[in-house]
Design a protein around this ligand. Structure first.
Ligand code: BGC
Length: 370
């Protein structure tokens, strides 16, 4: 009797194990990694991985997204990785094991997430690349960003217009700065800007006095670091602009880099009266204040509220098993094929329109810019 009881218990244990294993691995359950084993629709947990809190850009993107997703009824696990690639990978891993149904990732290094995202794919978790494309992995489902090439074109065109390069012979002195080579966006920013400026360099209307080669690698700024940009600008000033040469323009792909350039120029004695045309992107508060003071000419406004909403809508559609809205299926190949993308529109902001673009739109209050 005892023996039979033991056998029945053993069979029951095996059956229970088989059932729970099936519930965990069932492909068509669409569990999306849900620890509850429910359908994707039922998985209301989203993981958001952001690069760093240090830049206003990312802390606000994160906050807007959290708000938009919570409003739509999702639970949000949001993590910032202090620009540390290893930390970001382990945060993502925790999101996967923690039962997130969708991951939204603004990568630190777009090429460094293949391994951890294999696990997301195996668990049927949708991955949205946020702002920066994640490279060389077919785990990425969609991409939401701004029209990055247009951003570069806007920066290059601003310099061309302000120097009136179509009509003036110059020569004007320019220096070129962009972001890190491991951010895929930089190809578009630098490429877009050079699609406007290269011809004027070739014609001799623009001169790079420092002699820096016109290549992304030579003009890169590791980690978009203000300090690195400042150091490089200081060296350029010492090397090429101490004999009374005029610096007319500096191309900068974003605001954190522009701030370093501005710091170096101010320290070298440049004032608003003789300040070169410096471009930027993000309309971060420090840069808008500099714009008001005449220490940065423009910034490209990327309305992170809009990107957050677009991304929240993508998450909702994916969770419901529907196709999210996309508007680009041509430009963003991550090495495994084209990633369907939604591009938001960037906008030029400068001293002439910043009130309308940034204050009237409710992005900033006037007080925040003081
Ligand atoms: C973003 C920029 C941002 C930069 C630095 C880029 O990937 O597209 O808007 O300024 O990262 O964080």
């Amino acid at each position: 009797m005892k023996k039979i009881y033991k056998k029945v218990t053993a069979v029951l244990i095996v059956l229970t194990m088989m059932f729970s294993l099936a519930a965990c691995t069932s492909g068509d359950s669409g569990s999306g990694g849900s620890s509850s084993g429910g359908s994707k629709k039922d998985n209301k947990k989203v993981g958001i991985a952001m690069p760093t809190k240090d830049l206003q850009r990312w802390s606000e993107d994160g906050a807007y997204m959290k708000e938009a997703m919570e409003k739509a009824g999702y639970t949000v696990d949001i993590q910032y990785a202090n620009n540390d690639i290893g930390v970001q990978a382990s945060q993502i891993e925790n999101m996967i094991t923690g039962g997130c149904g969708t991951l939204v990732i603004a990568s630190i290094d777009g090429g460094a997430l293949s391994e951890v995202l294999e696990k997301a794919k195996a668990a049927d978790i949708a991955v949205i690349a946020y702002d920066r494309l994640i490279m060389n992995t077919d785990a990425v489902t969609y991409y939401a960003t701004f029209d990055n090439e247009k951003i570069g074109i806007m920066q290059g065109q601003y310099i061309a217009d302000k120097l009136d390069l179509e009509n003036q012979a110059g020569p004007f002195n320019i220096e070129l700065f962009t972001g890190p080579t491991d951010d895929n966006n930089v190809n578009f920013y630098f490429g877009g800007a050079m699609s406007v400026l290269q011809k004027y360099i070739d014609e001799g209307k623009l001169v790079i006095k420092s002699g820096t080669e016109v290549s992304l690698a030579a003009c890169a700024t590791p980690n978009w670091s203000t300090e690195e940009a400042q150091k490089r600008m200081e060296n350029i000033i010492t090397k090429s602009y101490t004999g009374g040469e005029k610096l007319d323009a500096v191309l900068s792909s974003n605001d954190s880099v522009a701030n370093g350039i501005t710091n170096a120029l101010v320290a070298a004695g440049y004032t608003a009266e003789d300040f070169p045309i410096i471009t930027g992107q993000d309309c971060e508060i420090t840069s808008v204040r500099n714009m008001i003071k005449g220490l940065q000419a423009m910034s490209v406004f990327v309305d992170t509220r809009e990107l957050a909403n677009v991304t929240a809508d993508m998450v909702e559609a994916i969770m419901k098993g529907e196709e999210p809205e996309i508007n680009n299926t041509e430009d963003y190949d991550n090495g495994t094929g084209i990633i369907p993308t939604y591009l938001c529109e960037p906008q030029v902001a400068d001293i002439d329109n910043y009130k309308e673009v940034l204050i009237d739109s409710g992005y900033y209050t006037e007080d925040r810019l003081k």
